[in-house]
Design a protein around this ligand. Structure first.
Ligand SMILES: O=c1ccn([C@H]2C[C@H](O)[C@@H](COP(=O)(O)OP(=O)(O)OP(=O)(O)O)O2)c(=O)[nH]1
Length: 152
């Protein structure tokens, strides 16, 4: 396991006691909570942007964070992310926001400080593109994609 230090600002004092922490030594994700004054009802198909009351500055361009749905909310209640995956750049210093999408068939009420998504730190490699007319080595896949290898 690799650990790194990330600067975190508590933007809403109510989050001071709720700073994200790993639930178990093997956890990959940190749960993010809805920093709300009152419950929000999400109708089927509705998307809303929810503040977390927190900001992080990752700083190291070799890292980023992604926001992912929580499995239970997504599977049982259809609460996933309006952007499917949120990408937090290493130079972002604003509030962490979670786009919640009710892809289910029933209303869902998000309670203040409920855990709504999870944040995972990931390594990043930036590409320096070298323009070529042809790729040097022919690969066995070549230009095949989108099911070209068949179903089995
Ligand atoms: O779920 C998300 C996704 C993004 N962000 C923040 C962090 C990220 O670094 C910034 C910009 O995100 P992105 O680049 O995906 O947004 P964009 O729509 O391309 O806008 P921009 O022009 O600001 O890059 O917004 C969040 O707080 N939550």
């Amino acid at each position: 396991m690799t650990t790194t230090t990330v600067d975190l600002k508590v933007l809403d004092p109510r989050m001071a006691e709720q700073v994200p922490s790993y639930a178990t030594p093997g956890s990959a994700g940190l749960d993010l909570r809805a920093c709300l004054d009152a419950p929000i009802t999400l109708a089927p198909g509705q998307t809303t942007l929810i503040p977390t009351g927190l900001a992080i500055h990752i700083g190291d361009p070799g890292l980023a964070a992604i926001i992912l749905p929580r499995s239970g909310l997504g599977h049982k209640h259809g609460i996933v992310l309006g952007n499917l995956v949120g990408l937090i750049d290493s130079d972002y210093q604003g509030q962490l926001m979670v786009s919640c999408w009710n892809r289910g068939q029933s209303e869902f009420v998000i309670q203040p400080f409920e855990r709504i998504a999870q944040l995972v730190l990931v390594p990043v490699v930036q590409a320096a593109f070298r323009r070529v007319e042809e790729f040097g080595d022919a690969s066995s896949r070549g230009e095949g994609g989108f099911g070209s290898t068949g179903k089995h």
